[in-house]
Design a binder for this molecule. Structure first.
Ligand code: ZN
Length: 489
């Protein structure tokens, strides 16, 4: 998720229901959860298996087609928490025993396709295809692989199924390519008990190798100086892969700059200037598979402000923009913990990112449909008014002014001018938010998830709201720790 300056043409609202809905499947039952405690070695070989496929469609229709099954290295994830009980993600991946149907492994996720289907073009019926991967522990028995999608009511429905006999000739068991070099920055324990964070660079030419090393150390140091990552640093292993690109820097279509790079990152994803993604997921996965990883960050060698992050996929971040540390941490919040953007005043390419009248799945925003059932109510002190008042009008007035300036600079200004504007915005908005009556309170503040009205965030300010604070709000922090536990407990 990330916003843009140039919103695409407003089309008719997309139909959220898919045509391929086959069945409703309830979330994992308690019985299935206890199955996860069964002996890992009985069911799995200890290696990782990757399912690559293409996810195609429009706002109202989606299709899947198999690319391949690929054997990777040792399974880096937990051997105990095989079933995902966090209820995060627009989609859910499940692996079930082909014979008994019992659930062997599951993970929630979001995808580039999932964002595509909320754009104007997809709403107009334009088809696009994106490459996706699911990684899982290699099973010892034939399995069914299921993809489920969350509907507006929050329930998962099956949208695709594939059968796999892991012993068949249809699993590619060839050696992984040796591209670039893997380096350990710190290893605090075995992969099965730690979050294995891997950082890869794009737009770093052979001569930029040591700059890449310095950039990774600078940005990851900032991450591990930020709570809750600071207190949980011991739960992480950190590695990096240097892959030389032909060119320095990544493509920037709006400036007419085209680069040949190892991972194919580019600005202007979905025609959003500062949204940086790659559509070359297959290449990225092959390169990443050389290292043990649970979660993936890609940094790119540019001064221009930009990035992106999608839950359980990967995140991207500009290495050289002045607020690079903020971008790195904010985008990692999206990809690692499924956090939503808490801001709403920048223009975005999405329409109905959260369908009206439905509760978003992200842990840090709410439609507040039932205030008594607020998902972070455990953190809300008694007597806190819900919604929680704040001076939204004053903040919006300033935001509107700066968004106009920002648009002008994005169209014809320099990176330095943009950074100067960000400093100015911070100098004005930080004191404004600090002096709010409920500045230190957890509540439900209106304006979040790209909507000024109807969606609420937990705190006046947070790394997911502005570039001002140096910490996540307590709700985001708790959500991050929950996901850390999923890999380490
Ligand atoms: Zn937050």
């Amino acid at each position: 998720m990330f916003s843009c300056f140039a919103s695409s043409v407003r089309p008719p609202r997309g139909i959220m229901a898919t045509l391929l809905i086959l069945a409703t499947i309830p979330a994992a039952s308690a019985n299935e959860r206890t199955a996860s405690t069964l002996d890992f070695d009985e069911r799995f070989t200890g290696r990782s298996l990757r399912w690559d496929y293409f996810h195609s469609g429009t706002a109202g229709e989606e299709r899947f087609s198999l690319d391949r099954f690929r054997l990777e290295g040792a399974w880096p994830g937990s051997r105990h928490r095989l079933i995902d009980d966090t209820n995060l993600g627009k989609y859910l991946f499940e692996m079930r025993d082909a014979e008994s149907g019992s659930l062997l492994y599951s993970r929630g996720f979001a995808s580039i396709f999932g964002e595509w289907k909320t754009t104007g073009e997809a709403g107009k019926g334009r088809w696009r295809t994106f490459h996706e991967s699911q990684r899982m522990p290699e099973p010892k028995v034939p399995v069914r692989l299921l993809l489920l999608e969350r509907n507006a009511e929050g329930h998962f429905r099956k949208i695709h199924e594939e059968s796999l006999d892991p012993a068949s000739r249809f699993v590619d068991r060839s050696a992984l390519p040796r591209v670039g070099s893997v380096r350990e920055i710190f290893v605090h324990g075995p992969s099965a008990a730690k979050v294995d964070l891997l950082v890869i660079g794009d737009g770093y030419s052979a001569g930029d190798r040591y700059k890449f090393h310095r950039d990774v150390r600078r940005l990851t140091s900032a991450l591990f100086e930020t709570e809750p990552f600071r207190r949980r640093k011991n739960d992480f292993n950190l590695r990096m892969i240097f892959v030389p690109s032909y060119d320095s820097g990544i493509s920037d279509p709006r400036r007419g700059e085209w680069k040949s790079t190892a991972l194919g990152l580019s600005f202007n994803a979905f025609d959003s200037d500062r949204y940086v993604l790659t559509y070359e997921n297959a290449d990225l996965r092959e390169i990443a598979a050389q290292a043990s990883y649970d979660t993936l960050m890609v940094i790119f060698n540019n001064r221009k402000y930009g990035g992106g992050g999608i839950f359980n996929l990967w995140a991207t971040s500009s290495a050289d923009t002045e607020p690079a540390a903020y971008v790195f941490i904010h985008e990692f919040g999206h990809s690692f913990a499924g956090l939503a953007d808490e801001y709403y005043s920048s223009q975005v390419a999405y329409e109905d990112f959260t369908p009206k009248g439905s509760e978003p799945w992200e842990p840090n925003i709410t439609a507040l449909l039932e205030p008594d059932e607020l998902k972070w109510k455990d953190l809300v002190a008694e007597n806190t008014p819900l919604p929680t008042p704040w001076d939204q009008a004053a903040f919006d007035e300033i935001s509107r002014r700066y968004q106009q300036e920002r648009k002008k600079i994005a169209a014809s200004g320099s990176d330095e001018e943009m950074e100067a504007l960000f400093r100015k915005v911070k100098a004005v908005t930080a004191p404004l938010l600090d002096k709010e009556t409920y500045a230190e309170t957890i509540g439900a503040f209106e304006g979040a998830g790209y909507q000024a009205k109807g969606l609420y965030r937990p705190a006046v300010d947070c790394i997911m709201f502005t570039r001002n604070p140096t910490h996540f709000c307590p709700v985001c922090s708790a959500a991050i720790e929950k996901v850390i536990d999923l890999y380490t407990r």
